[in-house]
Design a protein around this ligand. Sequence first.
Ligand SMILES: Nc1ncnc2c1ncn2[C@@H]1O[C@H](COP(=O)(O)OP(=O)(O)OP(=O)(O)O)[C@@H](O)[C@H]1O
Ligand SMILES: [Mg+2]
Length: 197
Amino acid sequence: MNSFKKYIAFEGIDASGKSTQAKLFCEFLQKTNRSVFCTKEPGGTDISKKIREILLEDTLNPKARFFLFLADRSIHIEAVKAYVKSGYVVSDRCLFSTIAYQSFGEGLELKFVEESNLFAAQGLLPDVTFIIDIDLDTMHKRLTKRDVIESKGDEFFKKVIEGYDYIADKFDNVFKIDGRQPIEQVFEDIIGIWNTI
Ligand SMILES: Nc1ncnc2c1ncn2[C@@H]1O[C@H](COP(=O)(O)OP(=O)(O)OP(=O)(O)O)[C@@H](O)[C@H]1O
Ligand SMILES: [Mg+2]
C-alpha cells in the first residue's frame, strides 16, 4: 500500500458527480480486497447525522453554519485518523468544501476559515483530492433532472467555483477533473491520475 495515498477526497459544486465518483472509487479499491472506509462530510458519524439535521434549518446564518461544519469535522476526523492507520478513507467532501462554500461563497474571511479548518481537522489534509469540475449550465441541468430547487443563485456558485480553483492552485495533490464528460470517462480520468501519483 502506498502510504502517501490513503485518504482520498472528492470535491466539487452541487451535482458535479462527487457521490457518483466516490462510490465508484470505493468499489475500485474494494475489488482489490483493500480495507476502505467510505464516508462523507457532513454526516460520516452518528453525531454528524444530528448536526446535518440542524444544518438544514433555514434560520442559520453563515457563521452558525460554519461552526457546525467545524464541529462535524472535529468529530469525523477521529474516525478518519483511526481508519488511515490500517486502510483507505474515501470521503465525499472534506475540509476544502468549507473554503469553497463558507469563505469564497459566503464571504467568511479566508485566513480564519483556513486556520479554523486545520484546527478542527487536527492538521490532517487528504492525501489526494479530486475536484469534479462542471459549469453552471451542467449543474442546473442535473439539478432539474433531480427535481431539486436550488436556493442559491449563480453568483454564489461562481464564487464557489473560484474557491475550488484557488484550492487546485494552492495544493499539489489536488486534481481538477472535467466532470461534464460521461460518468465512465470521468472515472477513467480519475484512475489515470491515481495510477501516476
Ligand atoms: N458525468 C456525469 N454525466 C451525467 N450525469 C451525471 C454525471 N455524474 C453524475 N451525474 C448525475 O448527476 C446527478 C448528481 O450526481 P451526484 O449525486 O453524484 O453529484 P454530487 O456532486 O454528489 O451532488 P450533491 O452535491 O448534491 O451531493 C445524479 O443524478 C447523477 O446520476
Ligand atoms: Mg453527493
